[in-house]
Design a protein around this ligand. Structure first.
Ligand code: HEC
Length: 151
């Protein structure tokens, strides 16, 4: 009889332990999925920020400038190469003051068309701000692309 009660008690504790283990596993999975969700949203936020996708300057650039200057600003497009569009990430451009770049976009320069009638002064300053962001892109990537272009 005592033996029988002992096995019953053993079984009971065994199932109790199992139940607690399952609860722990469930809690762990739950916190893991919350963590993953949080990570995912941080990642997408950061990458959008990096690309400046949320800024008005970015959408102006995509609409009016990529044709010649390319999405990365390097000017490696068919038209950009033909017209010899400037590499907007180059040191040369980075070193020029905003006023000069604003004037170029406003009035045009050589093959670069003027945008005075298409963009307001505010839009021009927004797009220049975005051009500055392009110039800050990781130099590693830029160097790789340039060497590919030369070969
Ligand atoms: C039709 C092609 C074309 C388009 C569209 C175009 N560009 Fe250009 N861009 C050029 C060319 C070509 C040059 C090089 C001009 C030169 O010879 O100095 C240039 C040069 C520039 C420069 C260098 C300025 C300097 O002082 O040398 C900036 C900045 C620039 N573009 C910004 C823009 C922005 C911003 C837009 C969109 C609003 C834009 N470009 C649209 C062709 C284009």
């Amino acid at each position: 009889m005592i033996e029988y009660m002992n096995t019953l008690a053993e079984r009971a504790t065994a199932t109790e332990v199992e139940r607690v283990q399952w609860m722990q596993r469930f809690q762990f999975m739950k916190s893991l999925s919350y963590l993953l969700l949080a990570l995912l949203s941080i990642c997408s936020f950061v990458s959008a920020q990096e690309k400046g996708e949320s800024s008005p300057g970015a959408s102006i650039f995509k609409g009016k400038c990529v044709l010649c200057h390319g999405a990365d600003g390097a000017g490696n497009t068919v038209l950009g190469k033909q017209l010899q569009a400037a590499d907007l990430r180059s040191k040369d451009i980075r070193n020029r003051p905003d006023t000069e770049l604003t004037k170029t976009v406003h009035d045009g320069k050589a093959n670069m068309p003027p945008f005075a009638d298409q963009l307001s002064d505010e839009q021009i300053s927004q797009v220049i701000k975005y051009v500055r962001e392009l110039g800050k892109a990781p130099p590693k990537k830029a160097a790789k692309k340039e060497s590919l272009g030369r070969s």
